[in-house]
Design a protein around this ligand. Structure first.
Ligand SMILES: [Zn+2]
Length: 458
């Protein structure tokens, strides 16, 4: 298939009259510039690489907006978690698949082309394994395949209720696993999807609260014996209480502890890392790991603000995730990443990365690179050999009127709420066409029916 666009964002910058040839496997075969579009199968206005969403808990999409009523005392992440635990009690495999399909479809429509699913729901409502231990992983992957988003699925090791290997609570019974069982699930899933270029299997440790040092080492070694390139994700330093608890347990802050005790490198993705010192920040940047920033969730939960400007100056790698899915658009994550800094420092264009640079383009490019690295996927650039994960913008959209080159990305990210995304391709497959997804009605109706039942008397 040949795609033509008068304007496209290539690794070297914006280029004109670009013809992208995609091979039968869904990889980009060649990119030609300054050519006529006569032989193309499809003409688009503006073509960009699609960004990966590096952090998702799919089921939480169905809870979004339900935790915005104040409680009797001070509300925090921890009060939010109580509702999340109640909601989890109700979820059956069909529910999880239906919610994930609706979520992933929304992500595609907003321009995400891949997702890393940080999947910690393994057991049934009684806390028993399903007949097929990978049942709920398979449901998430089925949802991704149904709507056509690329998925890096990360079965999560969750073994304890707090630091120091403390016993988990009853509300956590659906999450529990031990390293060897989790690794056998990873292995089964990796074998099963070995031939699918749009499904990748990695793993995650839920947090330093939920795994002991020995379990984390076993997970890391086991994962990289199975697949040396597999990504390993972990929630870290999201809450200030978590930092205090970690210091009480080990004498070190969470990021400091991790960097001192694990060979953190480019295979790792540290989710949130909100509360870090300057020293931790420099060491994280030097490690090559991706920091997974989820600005809308971090704002919604009142987590705090990551020192993104300093991290960027250190050359740190980062990407974006929607985590609890209070937003399903990369626009809002990147916008709030910058706005958080502006509100904090009362200045503008803080993440532009230097003088006379476009904030939107700098952020978008960083999210492309960090997202691809965190998903261990060869996406994030319009270049030969990369996966054809692409997004097209409609220049007829009012927000983009008269914009050229980086102004287009700035306007997309900072000028309104209506999406100018017209078409989305994943592995060369056109999954969104003219702003619409072909399965939108079916997936949407199924989701509506399931939510009516799930939210009754919650
Ligand atoms: Zn998370």
């Amino acid at each position: 298939m040949k795609l033509f666009a008068p304007l496209a964002l290539l690794p070297g910058g914006w280029d004109e009259n670009v013809l992208v040839t995609v091979d039968a496997r869904g990889d980009i075969e060649s990119v030609d510039t300054g050519v006529a579009g006569a032989g193309a199968d499809l003409h688009l206005d503006v073509l960009l690489p699609g960004v990966a969403n590096l952090h998702s808990h799919a089921f939480q999409r169905a809870m979004s907006g339900l935790t915005e009523v104040s409680g009797p005392g001070q509300d925090s992440f921890w009060t939010w978690r109580q509702l999340m635990y109640r909601f989890v009690e109700r979820l059956e495999p069909d529910d999880i698949e239906a919610i994930a399909a609706q979520l992933y479809l929304e992500m595609l429509r907003h321009g995400y082309t891949g997702v890393a699913e940080f999947h910690y729901l393994h057991r049934d409502t009684h806390g028993r394994y399903y007949a097929d231990r990978e049942e709920l992983s398979l449901r998430c992957i089925a949802a991704a395949r149904e709507v056509g988003i690329a998925i890096t699925h990360l079965p999560v090791l969750y073994a304890h209720g707090g630091f120091g290997g403390s016993a988990p609570g009853d509300a956590q019974r659906r999450f529990l696993n031990d390293p060897d069982t989790l690794l056998s699930m990873v292995s089964t899933l990796a074998d099963r999807f070995a031939g699918d270029a749009d499904v990748r299997i990695g793993a995650a440790a839920h947090s330093l609260r939920a795994v002991t040092p020995q379990e984390l080492t076993r997970l890391r070694d086991g994962l990289h014996e199975l697949d040396a390139g597999a990504p390993l994700h972990v929630h870290i330093a999201e809450q200030s209480r978590e930092v205090e608890d970690c210091i009480a347990w080990s004498g070190a802050r969470p990021v400091q502890w991790l960097l001192d005790n694990q060979p953190v490198d480019a295979h790792w993705c540290l989710i949130h890392a909100t509360h870090v010192t300057g020293e931790e920040l420099r060491a994280m940047a030097a490690s090559g790991a991706v920091v997974g920033l989820c600005p809308t969730t971090e704002a919604n939960l009142g987590d705090g603000i990551f020192p993104a400007g300093e991290y960027q100056r250190q050359g740190g790698v980062f990407g974006i995730g929607s985590d609890s899915h209070v937003s399903t658009s990369p626009v809002e994550e990147l916008r709030w990443l910058e706005y958080g800094q502006r509100l904090l420092y009362r200045q503008r264009n803080l993440l532009a990365g230097g003088a006379h640079r476009s904030t939107g383009s700098t952020l978008y490019t960083a999210a492309l690179n960090g997202g691809a690295q965190a998903l261990a996927r060869s996406s994030g650039a319009i270049a030969a050999g990369r996966r054809a994960d692409l997004v097209a913008l409609d220049t007829g959209h009012a927000a983009l009127a008269g914009r050229r080159n980086e102004q287009l990305v700035d306007a997309w990210l900072f000028a309104g709420n209506d999406s100018p995304v017209s078409d989305v391709f994943v592995g060369g497959r056109r999954v969104v066409e003219g702003g619409r997804h072909a399965a939108g009605d079916t997936v949407g109706q199924r989701y509506q029916a399931i939510l009516q039942r799930l939210l009754k008397d919650l």
